[in-house]
Design a protein around this ligand. Structure first.
Ligand SMILES: Cc1cc2nc3c(=O)[nH]c(=O)nc-3n(C[C@H](O)[C@H](O)[C@H](O)COP(=O)(O)OP(=O)(O)OC[C@H]3O[C@@H](n4cnc5c(N)ncnc54)[C@H](O)[C@@H]3O)c2cc1C
Length: 239
């Protein structure tokens, strides 16, 4: 690496130049979108990565959820070095396809792998904050209960909402009294929990690339219309 990237300062909007939105322009994007975070080192070296937005449009602030990637350039910087008061350079919000808003209609089936929960969390928060009663199912695959991001909030949300169902799939480690699903999400789990095809649910699948592709294939095999399956892959997003 040619130099240590750091948080850049927010630029100004000049004609013909890249748009640098002020923070208040960024904070009300539809649930499901992401931003690109750009770090610039003093020698001009730049690193840019995508991060989904966890906060709902109602929130008035932008929340990101960053998972530590071993030897990761940008995730390590954001988790270890970024300090309160530092400027960060963003591009976005980006993405008009993987979004959900309260007037969408039909049940929603949200399927998350790991930090893939992030944009789905924005959708669930938006659904709750806008008092939307769209029936919703979240199937969330994590290594262990401790790895379930937002667990407290999700459990609380489901406990006060009969139209929201939560299913955790724990792949590596389960508590001794665990009655939920053990192992990866499989076709039987999807078939047992997803809304019936006749209800025309929309599925939002987010997580690592291989996770997303395998879930999408299973949903198609179960007879769901591919056009109703929206995917977001958290693959490496470098630059
Ligand atoms: C649309 C989109 C949204 C995303 N949203 C989020 C989010 O909300 N939260 C979040 O934590 N991440 C998210 N990511 C992933 C994120 O953009 C970065 O790829 C991740 O933080 C790693 O960047 P890094 O600079 O730390 O690692 P790098 O320095 O780029 O990579 C270090 C090593 O890790 C590998 N690697 C890179 N990225 C990943 C990855 N995602 N999974 C496994 N191995 C990887 C690389 O191949 C390399 O070997 C998203 C990606 C996309 C495309």
């Amino acid at each position: 690496m040619a130099g240590r990237p750091g948080a850049g300062s927010r630029g100004r909007n000049e004609p013909g130049q890249e748009h640098h939105p002020a923070a208040d322009e960024l904070v009300r994007p539809p649930a499901g979108q992401h931003v690109d975070v750009r770090l610039t080192a003093s020698n001009g070296y730049r690193a840019e990565r995508s991060y989904s937005i966890a906060s709902p449009p109602e929130d008035g602030r932008l929340t990101l959820t960053v998972e530590r990637v071993r030897d990761g350039e940008v995730s390590s910087y954001l988790l270890d070095e970024l300090r309160v008061g530092d400027d960060l350079e963003f591009r976005g919000p980006i993405g008009g396809y993987f979004v959900w808003s309260r007037n969408h209609g039909g049940p929603i089936c949200l399927i998350a792998g790991g930090t893939g929960i992030t944009p789905l969390m924005a959708m669930l928060r938006h659904r709750e904050k806008s008092s939307d009663a769209t029936p919703a199912l979240l199937i969330y695959s994590a290594r262990s209960l401790a790895d379930v991001v937002y667990r407290k909030e999700l459990d609380a949300m489901a406990s006060r909402d009969d139209d929201l169902r939560l299913v955790y799939a724990l792949t590596r480690e389960q508590p001794s009294d665990w009655l939920g699903h053990c192992g990866r999400i499989d076709e039987a789990l999807l078939a047992g929990h997803c809304f019936p095809r006749e209800q025309n649910p929309t599925s939002f699948v987010c997580g690592p690339t291989d996770f997303v592709e395998s879930i999408a294939r299973m949903l198609v095999r179960l007879g769901f219309d591919p056009l109703t399956i929206k995917t977001e892959r958290f693959g490496p997003s470098g630059g």
